[in-house]
Design a protein. Structure first.
Length: 310
C-alpha cells in the first residue's frame, strides 16, 4: 500500500502522524510524508516568487519545510516502514491531488483542519477539496482520546480501539472494507458494522395511487425484505473482519443515512468512522456522495472515505 501523509505543522497534522503509528502497518508499506509551501497567486498573477529576493526566500522556506518533515519521518521510520519525504510549492490542495494521482497513492492521510482554518470549523478547506476530488481513499484525522492517550479508560489501550463501519453493500462500501483490512487495524480494535435503512416506505404510504392503509400486509413484507437484506450486508462485512481475528458487532437502524451515522457515532464513540465515497446512487458523475460529505463535515472523530481503485 502507498500512503501519502500530509503535514503542515498544525496540531491536526501531528495527530495524522500518530494515527499512522497507531495502525498495524506491515513492513514494506510505502509512506511519503509531504508538505506544501503555499505559493498563492494574487491579483494580476503576482506571486512571492516574482518579487525581489525570491531565490533566497525559497531557500529559507525549503529549509523550514525539511525541518517540518523531519519529526514525522523519524517517527515512522522507527517502525521499519519505507518512508520518503517531499516538498512542493503551490496551492496546497492542488499539489496534494497532483501528487496523489501521479504516485498511485492508495490512501491520503491528513488532518481534518490546517493552520489557517478558523477554529469553529470542523473541516478545513484543503481537507474538503482533497476528500472530494482525490482518486484515492482519504483518512481525515481528528483528535480522539485513543490517539492522544489523554484520559484513556483503564480497560482500553492508547491506539485505535473502535471503528464504526457503515455499509450499504455498494462497491464503495466494499472498497472501504478492503482499505481497513489492508492497513490493517490493531488487533484490539472492535469493528461495529452499521447499515442505515433510509426507507422509501414513508413516501410510498403518502402516494395517492397506492392505498397502503388497506394493505398492511404489503407494508410489513417490504419492511421485512429490507431488514433481511440489511442483515445479509452486515453479516458479510462482519465475517471478513472475524476471519482476521477482529471482534465485531452489527447494528441496523432506520432513518436518514448521515444523521443515523452521526447519532451512532455519539453512542459508540469510535476512533474512526469508515464509509464509502458514494452509496448505491447511479449518478456515477458524483465525486463525493452527500452522506460522506456530511459525515466528514460534522463528525467529531476521524473519518475514512473509501474509494474503489482506479
Amino acid at each position: 500500500m502507498k500512503i501519502l501523509l500530509v503535514v503542515d505543522g498544525s496540531s491536526h497534522s501531528e495527530l495524522a502522524t500518530k494515527m499512522l503509528q497507531a495502525l498495524r502497518l506491515p513492513s514494506g508499506t510505502e509512506i511519503t510524508v509531504m508538505t506544501v509551501v503555499p505559493e498563492q497567486a494574487f491579483l494580476g498573477g503576482i506571486t512571492l516568487s516574482k518579487l525581489g529576493g525570491a531565490s533566497a526566500r525559497k531557500k529559507v522556506q525549503r529549509q523550514k519545510a525539511l525541518k517540518l518533515l523531519r519529526e514525522p519521518v523519524q517517527a515512522l521510520t522507527a517502525g521499519k516502514l519505507k518512508v520518503d519525504s517531499l516538498v512542493r510549492w503551490g496551492n496546497p490542495a492542488e499539489e496534494i491531488l497532483k501528487t496523489t494521482n501521479e504516485s498511485g497513492t492508495s490512501l491520503v492521510v491528513m488532518g481534518a483542519k490546517g493552520l489557517t482554518d478558523p477554529l469553529p470549523f470542523r473541516l478545513g478547506s484543503v481537507a474538503q477539496t482533497v476528500m472530494k476530488h482525490a482518486r484515492a481513499s482519504v483518512l481525515l484525522v481528528r483528535e480522539t482520546m485513543a490517539i492522544t492517550g489523554k484520559e484513556v479508560p483503564s480497560k482500553k489501550k492508547p491506539g485505535i480501539n473502535r471503528v464504526l463501519l457503515t455499509t450499504d453493500g455498494s462497491k464503495y462500501s466494499e472498497a472501504t472494507v478492503r482499505v481497513l483490512l489492508d492497513l490493517p487495524l490493531p488487533r484490539q480494535c472492535e469493528v461495529i458494522v452499521m447499515t442505515a435503512l433510509q426507507s422509501h416506505l414513508a413516501s410510498l404510504v403518502r402516494m395517492p395511487t397506492l392505498d397502503f392503509k388497506t394493505n398492511q400486509e404489503l407494508l410489513a413484507s417490504l419492511q421485512e425484505a429490507e431488514e433481511n437484506e440489511a442483515r445479509k450486508i452486515t453479516t458479510k462485512a462482519e465475517k471478513q473482519f472475524q476471519t482476521k481475528g477482529y471482534k465485531t458487532a452489527s447494528v441496523v437502524v432506520r432513518g436518514g443515512a448521515a444523521e443515523s451515522i452521526l447519532t451512532a457515532a455519539k453512542e459508540y464513540q469510535p476512533d474512526i468512522i469508515a464509509l464509502g465515497s458514494r452509496g448505491l446512487s447511479r449518478i456515477e458523475s458524483l465525486l463525493l456522495g452527500s452522506v460522506a460529505e456530511r459525515v466528514a463535515r460534522y463528525a467529531s472523530c476521524s473519518v475514512l472515505i473509501g474509494r474503489t481503485p482506479k
